[in-house]
Design a protein. Structure first.
Length: 306
């Protein structure tokens, strides 16, 4: 009986070693090709975290990605500009990318685009941080934010394959595709449709539950920039529909910025863009022509401080 138990544990140990070696081999292969991607949103994140050295950096979600024309802003400011905005990724993603970038170099200025309900507590709002899992082992600065995904995250990351779950086909395709045009536009991604419906008055929530961690991360972003002597500018870009109530997150952002002496421009209800279907690709995103107009307004506001 004792011999059988010893044999069982020997076989179990051998199996675990084989599984670990397979995990290591596949994980390292995926890592190699992940960081060789030439196109797609991951290639943009790789560039931002590992290579970006522009003077002015723009952070935010899809609204940053599609609203801030980096090359147009650069011409006005006479400083190089890169737009790090990524679709479906919000302020926690921005904070993690910023932390990693600031270990390499110090830009002159940072622009943060904030969305409605930015600080809302809701299920799944930390899931999108999976886009940064491939950077976990090499960038300890972002590990704290990534561990917010779940209390088991750091244990899952013992697996070398885990950071690339569901990315296999994407990595393969983006190693074959041509270089991403976003590199030529310094991160800006234009949209070209126009709205097909009339403006609506949205009965947005007057109150909702605030996620204190999201608020804390935003405050730390602003404070980190100020500590490093980086000029910080915060914006909320235009929305198509009319909001019935003031948004609690935007009100909190305004208060945080006021306390720290940071400029905050709220264009969410701006009359120049409001309710004009020709200016919007959808109800949350400007199209290219209006993004260029908006970018020039932002650049003109920032220019006074640089």
């Amino acid at each position: 009986m004792k011999t059988q138990i010893i044999q069982f544990f020997k076989r179990l140990f051998l199996l675990l070693v084989i599984v670990a070696l397979i995990d290591l081999a596949i994980g390292e292969t995926l890592r190699h090709y992940y960081f060789k991607q030439k196109a797609g949103p991951d290639s943009k994140t790789i560039y931002a975290v590992c290579k970006m050295e522009q003077d002015v950096l723009i952070f935010g979600s899809s609204r940053a990605n599609h609203h801030y024309v980096a090359n147009d802003i650069a011409r006005v400011l006479k400083h190089s500009v890169y737009n790090t905005g990524r679709n479906g990724n919000f302020n926690l993603y921005s904070a993690a990318v910023m932390e990693a970038v600031l270990t390499r170099y110090t830009p002159k200025a940072v622009v943060i685009d904030i969305v409605e309900r930015e600080f809302e507590e809701k299920p799944g709002s930390y899931d999108y941080l999976s886009s940064l899992l491939p950077f976990y082992s090499e960038f300890p600065e972002i590990q704290g934010i990534l561990q917010m995904r779940s209390k088991f995250e750091k244990y899952k990351l013992f697996s070398r394959i885990y950071p690339y779950n569901s990315l296999f086909p994407t990595i393969a395709i983006n190693n074959i595709r041509a270089n991403d045009p976003a590199l030529d536009s310094n991160g800006y991604a234009p949209l070209h449709n126009i709205m097909k419906r009339e403006v609506e008055t949205r009965n947005n929530a007057k109150e909702y539950k605030i996620d204190s961690l999201k608020v804390k991360v935003f405050e730390e972003m602003v404070d980190l920039c100020k500590q490093k002597g980086i000029a910080v500018f915060v914006f909320c870009s235009p929305y198509y529909d009319i909001l019935k109530y003031d948004d609690p997150s935007l009100e909190m952002v305004g208060e945080i910025c006021r306390k720290r002496g940071v400029p905050f421009w709220d264009y969410s209800r701006d009359k120049e863009f409001k309710a004009d279907p020709n200016m919007f690709d959808d109800f949350q995103h400007l199209n290219d022509s209006s993004a260029r107009r908006y970018s020039l307004r932002c650049a003109d506001s920032i220019r006074r401080y640089l």
